[in-house]
Design a protein around this ligand. Structure first.
Ligand code: SF4
Length: 353
């Protein structure tokens, strides 16, 4: 049975070639062909005949197919991908200064059931494989090069699409290794960020196994009752334990933890919420990203006015915690933070901007 080329690290391929007595140059040539030259058809150049036979017998180069592409006025692009088994996932290209960040999905749906998240309503169907994660990047890159050749660079990767990435640790870890590898996609250190609801078993593995990948921890409320309501796994892995664990990790040059705070109108945007958050993070090496809530059909929450968001930030500033208000992009096409849902994804195909 064939496996996807895109789910193997270079070391794994080298082992497969060695076990079969194939020339050791083959895996490097394949990585160069598919990741550096971005070719999707099988490589026939410079490969020994035995290696070509092995590749055609055991590997496939299938990638997710784009079912729908939507572009918003701010140049955000949302893709609805169809996977081999017919499942659907979404990914988003977010523009900044003529370059892009890609927001990837790690699961079909999500088991965490966060109440502010459109994906959470969907439930978990299954984990994505490494090749399905890498495939989102490769297909989006190909789309950009074809449609916006003047600015087609993807410099950052965030796992903030559908799914809790640390709940699908092995596949996400392997994808990150291929993204970071100089033989793979050569994404720079500190340019990959995994967003987590605070899934502690995954954070423990991240600490040991992903030295070059950043974490964005969803904080959303310093108060247990409110956080329980927003992020149900807070009942199993309470914020205090998660923060205690994060604090115990020695500061490293190669990775950062940022705290994300989703601001919901008249729920967690009071002065008291801001002061408690400031006290919780005061003195820590902490960065806060404030995200005004992005409504979606049927959502129980509302976005606060910008003046309230700025007031919340001004209180955090008193605690000398670097805080940024994240610009909302792609909400016109339900591509903004928390809005993805591949079961209700809209169908119209808009022309590329
Ligand atoms: S916010 Fe993230 S972890 Fe929570 S339900 Fe949505 S995708 Fe899952």
């Amino acid at each position: 049975m064939k496996t996807s080329f895109y789910q193997h690290s270079l070391a794994e391929l080298e082992l497969l070639f060695r076990e079969r007595g194939l020339p050791p140059s083959g895996p490097g040539l394949l990585f160069n062909w598919h990741y550096k030259k971005r070719k999707s058809e099988p490589c026939l150049q410079n490969l020994a005949k035995d290696s070509i036979n092995f590749v055609s017998e055991f590997l496939n180069f299938n990638l997710p197919e784009i079912e729908v592409t939507q572009c918003s006025d701010d140049k955000t692009v949302k893709f609805l991908f169809r996977l081999e088994d017919g499942q659907k996932i979404e990914s988003v290209l977010i523009p900044f200064n003529g370059k892009y960040t890609i927001c990837l999905s790690s699961q079909v749906g999500c088991a965490m059931k966060c109440s502010f998240c459109h994906t959470g309503l969907q439930g978990l169907s299954r984990n994505l494989r490494t090749d399905e994660i890498i495939g989102q990047f490769l297909v989006a890159q190909k789309w950009l090069t074809a449609n916006r050749p003047e600015d087609d660079k993807i410099l950052n990767i965030v796992f903030m699409g559908q799914g809790e990435p640390l709940h699908n640790f092995d596949a996400v870890k392997m994808a990150c290794e291929i993204f970071l590898s100089q033989h793979g996609l050569s994404i720079a250190d500190q340019k990959i960020t995994i967003s987590t609801a605070g899934y502690l078993p995954g954070l423990e593995r991240w600490k040991e196994e992903m030295p070059k990948v950043n974490i964005a921890l969803s904080l959303h409320s310093p108060l247990k009752e409110k956080r329980d309501q927003l992020i149900p796994i807070n009942k199993k892995y309470p914020l205090e334990e998660v923060i205690k664990y994060v604090d115990s990790i020695p500061e490293g040059k190669n990775r950062f933890v940022t705290y994300e705070y989703l601001l919901i109108d008249n729920f967690n945007d009071t002065d008291e919420d801001a002061h408690l958050t400031g006290k919780l993070l005061e003195g820590k090496k902490a960065y806060i990203s404030l995200i005004p809530f992005n409504p979606f059909p049927g959502s129980p929450y509302q976005r606060p006015q910008l003046s309230k968001v700025e007031h919340f930030k001004s209180i955090l500033d008193q605690y000398k915690i670097p805080t940024l208000i994240r610009a909302t992009k792609g909400d016109q096409i339900l591509a903004a933070c928390g809005q993805l849902n591949s079961k209700t994804a809209s169908k119209p195909l808009q022309s590329p901007s």
